[in-house]
Structure formats: structure tokens, C-alpha cells
Design a protein around this ligand. Structure first.
Ligand SMILES: Cc1cc2nc3c(=O)[nH]c(=O)nc-3n(C[C@H](O)[C@H](O)[C@H](O)COP(=O)(O)OP(=O)(O)OC[C@H]3O[C@@H](n4cnc5c(N)ncnc54)[C@H](O)[C@@H]3O)c2cc1C
Length: 400
């Protein structure tokens, strides 16, 4: 009996587990010979990329619906340590041995040591934290409708911050119909969306303008409290809600593997998703830096995390059973950024050239968020295994 353990049930972990089950099926290996088990702190596959949206009802999928039909076990537990020497994983419910391990523990937003930030700042990093923000806004709406109550400061004008800020004016208007909604996007860079490049920037700026999102650029937040945020310019922004969207780092448990990590805390992996220098351990998703082509490393994204998971799942079983593995390379890169009521912006290539915007790009974003990244939900084993094939999806259509 061999044990394949997958840590995490996000985009990389779910697809690694299903990819492993599919490869076992393909090789005709009896399930009694190889167990695949997912260890995750939640019994869910969360559609994390949608956490900025107002309605999170479709964003939490029970693991029993997608893993059990494929014969994959799952245990709800917090992983606390990984020991590659003894080939064990420690969790809140005990110690688990593995023959092969896939680390897919994702990333977390980093909240720096700014006075009041950890106590009063919100985020949309996880389903739970996005729900805490939602309930906070609902509580505010049930109290006095002051200007501060209907004001949100969003810190970080990267992709998550822009998507969050763009969605908020409509949410606030629904909650505070009699008070002006105010959303202020703050960033220490002198431009919004500095990662999105020159081609997309004018589209993003125009969209924020149309949606009524204000900006404070080239400034830092120096303090947060229940009444708002203080900026490095000395300006105080009166707001009952501050949402922190700046800076992501890979799960700190990656340190346990004892190899040099990149500046985002990611593990170096080869083309087969094996962690460089660590026997029998694979990594996928935000915890891993994989080569996508001869010059580019993977980006922390579900776009890369899902195929990395599928290939890690295929390869972990192939490696265990002495069968050939498959190298992962992804020859295309796109970004589709939601701009709320102003639509979306769709870029192609690593230099992020705009190919669509407005309603056309929004239709693509809806297809991605609502269909493309979902596993089959009908409990059909064949459909789940087919969806986990180690193949690249074609790039999303720029027209919906
Ligand atoms: C608001 C928002 C919008 C985004 N928009 C986009 C987008 O438009 N396009 C895009 O490509 N990417 C987007 N991203 C990034 C994307 O969500 C991540 O890159 C993706 O989720 C990474 O997948 P993953 O499986 O590596 O990690 P995750 O999806 O974070 O999954 C990690 C898993 O590990 C589990 N876990 C973590 N720690 C432990 C522990 N100690 N013990 C047990 N289990 C643990 C978690 O519960 C989870 O199941 C967005 C992110 C956010 C927050």
C-alpha cells in the first residue's frame, strides 16, 4: 500500500488530487494499492478568485462532492509541519506518512506591521475573510448611515485591489441607498495597476473614473483604526472599513522543505513539478515557481495553478509507479481583470497588450469565473477524471 498525500484543496490541490486519481485509473492501478488523500484546513474547494464579488454563494464547493466520486480521501486538518527526512506531515489531528507528497498550500496576503492594521483591517484573501467583510458591511448598514460608514479604503492597487474597489460602489449603494458611497484606492506606486503595464493602464484609469473610485497614489498607509486610515502625507481618510489587498507570499510551510525559495517564498520545481533537491515531493500552484517557457516563471494565479496541479497529479503517480512523466510548459499568458460596472480588460502576452475591454471582456471574465475554472459538479466520476487530464485548456476567447 502506498500513500500519496496532497496538501491543500485550492486550484492546485484539487486538480493534483483528481489528476492523481485519473492517472491511477489510466494505469489500471487498483485503488487498494495506492491511496490518494487530501489534507486541507477546510472541507471545501474555494473559488478564491471570486472573493471580491458581492455574492459568494457559488464560491464554496464541498470536497465530498468532487473528491469522493473519484475515490480520493480527504481529511480536514491544519498542516503544521512537513518533514521530508521522515516523509511525514504533522497536522492538527495527527501525523501522516507519505510515499509521495504534493504541496499545494497556496499563498496568503501579507499584512505588514502597521499600527492597527491586523486589528481593524479586512481582506478578501479567503472565503472566510471575505464573509467577515460582508457581515461587517451589513452591520454598518444596520447602524447610523454616516459618511464614514459608507466609505471603504482599499489598500493596494494591484489586480485584487482594483477588482475589489471596482465592485464596492455598487455594493455600498445597495447597502446605503441614502448616503453617498465612497471608495478610495490607495497605493504607494504612482500609478494604479503597475503590474498590468502601459497598454491596460488607461483602460483601468478610465474605468475607475467611471465607477467613481477615487485614488491616493504615491502614498503609504501609516496607521489604521476603526475610524479609518492615516496616510504618509498626514491625510486621514474617515472610513469604517479598510480592506488590505497589498502583497502576497507563498505559504510559510514551504520553509520546512529546507531549500532556497524565491522572493515570494516559492519552492523551485522542475518541469515535472518535483521540488528541486527534495526527494518524493512535488509542488504546484502559488507555493511553486515553475518554468512556463524558456524565459518566464509561473505567476501566482489560478491560470497557472490549475494546470500545475493536473500535471503534478499525473506525475506523482507516474513517478511512484515507475511510469513516464509529462513536462509542463504553457505557451500563452493572458490576464482578465474585472472592472465592475465598467466591464473588464483582457490582455494577451507577457507584455500584457489589451485585446478587449468593456462588455466584451466582461463576458469572458464571467465565463472564466462562473464556468471555466469549476470542476464538474454532477458527482460523475468519469467527468471529474476527464477534467483532470494533463492537458492545457486553450486560451479563453476574448469575446466571451
Ligand atoms: C480576490 C482575489 C482575486 C484573484 N483573482 C485572480 C484572477 O483573476 N486570476 C487568477 O489567475 N488568479 C487570481 N487570484 C489568485 C488565485 O486565487 C491564486 O493564485 C490561486 O488561488 C492559487 O491556487 P492554490 O491552489 O495555489 O492556492 P489556494 O487556492 O489559496 O489554495 C490553498 C489551499 O491550501 C489550504 N491550506 C492553506 N494553509 C493550510 C494549512 N496550514 N493546513 C491545511 N490546509 C491549508 C487552503 O485551505 C486551500 O485549500 C486572485 C486571488 C484573490 C484573493
Amino acid at each position: 500500500m502506498s500513500e500519496v498525500v496532497v496538501l491543500g484543496s485550492g486550484f492546485a490541490g484539487l486538480w493534483a488530487a483528481l489528476g492523481a486519481a485519473r492517472r491511477l485509473d489510466e494505469l489500471g492501478a487498483a485503488n487498494g494499492d495506492v491511496h490518494v488523500t487530501v489534507l486541507s484546513s477546510q472541507p471545501y474547494h474555494d473559488i478564491r478568485v471570486r472573493n471580491y464579488e458581492a455574492d459568494l454563494t457559488p464560491c464554496r464547493i464541498p470536497l465530498r462532492d468532487v473528491l469522493e466520486p473519484a475515490g480520493v480521501g480527504h481529511i480536514t486538518a491544519d498542516v503544521t509541519a512537513i518533514d521530508p527526512m521522515s516523509r511525514t506531515v504533522k497536522t492538527s489531528v495527527g501525523t501522516h506518512d507519505y510515499d509521495r507528497l504534493v504541496v499545494a498550500l497556496g499563498s496568503r496576503v501579507v499584512k505588514p506591521d502597521i499600527p492597527g492594521l491586523r486589528q481593524f483591517g479586512f481582506d478578501v484573501d479567503t472565503y472566510d475573510s471575505a464573509m467577515v467583510l460582508q457581515r461587517h458591511l451589513e452591520v454598518l448598514a444596520g447602524g447610523p448611515h454616516t459618511p464614514a460608514a459608507s466609505t471603504v479604503v482599499v489598500v493596494g492597487a494591484g489586480l485584487t485591489g482594483i477588482e475589489t474597489a471596482s465592485e464596492l460602489p455598487a455594493r455600498l449603494t445597495a447597502l446605503f441607498p441614502d448616503t453617498a458611497a465612497r471608495v478610495i484606492l490607495v497605493d504607494h506606486n504612482s500609478h494604479v495597476g503597475s503590474d498590468m503595464g502601459l497598454s491596460a493602464r488607461p483602460v483601468i484609469e478610465a474605468a475607475l473614473n467611471t465607477t467613481g473610485v477615487q485614488t491616493r497614489l504615491g502614498v503609504r498607509v501609516t496607521a489604521v483604526d476603526e475610524d479609518g486610515a492615516t496616510l504618509s502625507t498626514g491625510e486621514t481618510l474617515a472610513a469604517s472599513t479598510v480592506v488590505w489587498c497589498a502583497g502576497m507570499r507563498a505559504n510559510p510551510l514551504t520553509a520546512d522543505l529546507g531549500v532556497a525559495r524565491d522572493r515570494l517564498g516559492r519552492l523551485p520545481v522542475d518541469d515535472y513539478l518535483r521540488v528541486d533537491g527534495v526527494q518524493d515531493v512535488f509542488a504546484a500552484g502559488d507555493v511553486a515557481a515553475a518554468r512556463m517557457d524558456d524565459t518566464h516563471l509561473s505567476v501566482m494565479s489560478c491560470q497557472h495553478g490549475r494546470p500545475m496541479g493536473r500535471f503534478a497529479g499525473y506525475n506523482v503517480i507516474s513517478d511512484l509507479l515507475g511510469e513516464p512523466m509529462l513536462a509542463l510548459r504553457i505557451p500563452w499568458y493572458v490576464t482578465v481583470l474585472d472592472l465592475g460596472p465598467a466591464g473588464a480588460v483582457y490582455t494577451e502576452g507577457w507584455d500584457r497588450q489589451v485585446v478587449a475591454s468593456g462588455a466584451e471582456a466582461k463576458a469572458t471574465k464571467r465565463t472564466i469565473n462562473g464556468q471555466r475554472i469549476y470542476p464538474p459538479l454532477n458527482g460523475d466520476r468519469g467527468a471529474l477524471l476527464a477534467a483532470a487530464a494533463p492537458m492545457l485548456q486553450s486560451r479563453p476567447s476574448a469575446a466571451g
